[in-house]
Design a protein around this ligand. Structure first.
Ligand code: NAI
Length: 461
């Protein structure tokens, strides 16, 4: 359909294409899949709804899915993460996309709805954070007359309820029909995966799911090395603050926390960590960071939440912070920081996605991306190379769901280790890494095959 898109400015497509050409040279995994599967087109017949940050790297993912035979419609999974030139280039390529940097919450859910509007309906979801899956499942529950609750944040709850009501009025029975024709979902991130496991526990997952996040070549790379590059990038683009010598507090020391602490310390900041899990707390201490209680560290200069949990930086914390403390979140949802409780304070907008909020004491904090993930809101997210590893897993997951989905139960699966190792192998040449070949004797001695898999399932990397 001509003009089946909503983007900020279609004339940005030329710039987008140039950046896409560069990104392709840094995304060897995706390009290898185009070569391997381009003729066979294993995704032929699939109609994929994508709900994932509409960046340049995602544009390479989308064009890979299309090269493998898929029909695709796309929305971003965050109101601030779209790169408008990336959305433009996808729209110009004739792929329906609905994403604008700085869209409202109402637009967010409306655009998500539009990404489902294939003439024959979609049959696969590629999700990041679970909003696309949530939309369909909540809608189907509403159609069954059940109460719909537990959406990401309370502000969002009203918006999503209104969107569901609108769709139910326009097309009665639509959500149930969608739910029944979806063959599966592949989920990108920790928070979305958490939601999927909860659904399984409640016996409410209606289709198979592939947990892409827990491929080793995703969470141990994107979440860690990705944030290592993109966290400081976001803080710098937002504030131009000198990082060296500052005291930064990183809340959470999981994969994202590890990358975030490394990002800040690499820039010369003195980093403190808060953790709830003794294993991660011990890791932080042994990596050389002071592990503290947040309440003891409120005189720091920079505060970053990375927990995927809620109410981490609360209003009482922000009131104690020093003048011009920088506050940001790199976890998936904005509820890590109690931004709603700042609404009745004096806000001064500095520039897009940067606000100064005045506390009753007169001290001000610099709040990044209104508490939404700042590496995508204030910068351009992770570099292409690491996203290539994540997205190669995504494409393999989509192929698996489309070609063999019938063989899966309505549970959450992780891609087999040989595919994880394949994703890594596809990225070695670009960084000039040479792989040692085990002799048959060596392989036998450590109990593996010379061609892998090289580790047992329980190995933790
Ligand atoms: P994770 O589960 O590995 O780490 C989270 C850590 O936070 C855990 O170690 C947990 O013990 C800790 N934690 C929980 N509550 C806490 C509290 N009250 N105080 C201190 N620590 C606490 O999860 P991962 O993979 O690091 O992801 C974290 C979040 O980042 C998720 O929302 C995920 O979806 C998101 N994410 C964001 C990315 C980005 O580019 N911005 C990239 C990848 C993931």
């Amino acid at each position: 359909m001509a003009g089946d898109y909503i983007v900020k400015d279609i004339s940005l497509a030329g710039f987008g294409r140039k950046e896409l050409d560069i990104a392709e040279t840094e995304m060897p995994g995706l390009m290898a899949l185009r070569k391997e599967y381009g003729e066979e087109k294993p995704l032929k017949g699939s109609r994929i709804v994508g709900s994932l940050h509409m960046t340049i790297q995602t544009a390479v993912l989308i064009e890979t899915l299309v090269a493998l035979g898929a029909d695709v419609r796309w929305a971003s999974c965050n109101i601030f993460s779209t790169q408008d030139h990336a959305a433009a280039v996808i729209a110009e390529a004739g792929i329906p996309v609905f994403a604008i940097k700085g869209q409202s919450l109402e637009e967010h859910w409306d655009y998500l709805d539009r990404s489902f509007q294939f003439p024959e309906g979609p049959n696969l979801i590629l999700d990041d954070g679970g909003d696309a899956t949530l939309y369909i499942l909540l809608g189907a529950r509403a159609e069954a007359g059940e109460d719909i609750i537990s959406v990401p944040t309370s502000e969002e709850e009203e918006v999503i309820k209104a969107q569901i009501k609108k769709r139910m009025e326009q097309s009665p029975g639509w959500f149930t029909k969608m739910r029944d024709q979806i063959k599966g979902v592949s989920e990108e991130t920790t928070t979305g995966v958490h939601r999927l496991y909860e659904l399984v526990k409640q016996g409410q997952l209606p289709f198979p799911a592939i947990n892409v996040n827990d491929s080793v070549t995703k969470s141990k790379f994107d979440n860690k090395y990705g944030c290592k590059e993109s966290l400081v990038d976001g803080i710098r683009r937002a504030t131009d603050t000198m990082m060296a010598g500052k005291v930064a507090v990183v809340c959470g020391y999981g994969d994202v926390g590890k990358g975030s602490a490394a990002s800040l310390s690499g820039a010369g900041a003195r980093v403190k960590v808060t953790e709830a899990d003794p294993i991660c707390a011990l890791q932080a201490a042994m990596d050389g960071y002071e592990v503290v209680l947040l309440e003891e560290a409120l005189d720091a200069d920079i505060f970053i939440t990375t927990t995927g949990n809620k109410d981490i930086l609360r209003i009482e914390h922000m009131r104690e912070m020093k003048d011009m403390a920088i506050v940001g979140n790199i976890g998936h949802f904005d509820n890590e920081i109690q931004v709603a409780n700042l609404k009745n304070h004096k806000w001064t907008n500095i520039k897009d996605q940067v606000d100064m909020v005045e506390m009753p004491s007169g001290n001000r904090i610099i709040l990044l991306s209104e508490g939404r993930l700042l590496n995508l809101g204030n910068a351009t997210g992770h570099p292409s190379f690491v996203m290539s590893a994540s997205f190669t897993n995504q494409v393999l997951a989509q192929i698996e769901l489309w070609t063999r989905g019938d063989q899966y139960d309505n549970k959450v699966y992780i891609l087999p280790k040989h595919l994880d190792e394949k994703v890594a192998a596809l990225h070695l040449e670009r960084v000039g890494a040479k792989l040692t070949k085990l002799t048959p004797e060596q392989a036998a001695y450590i109990g593996v095959k010379p061609e892998g898999p090289f580790k047992p399932e329980h190995y933790r990397y």
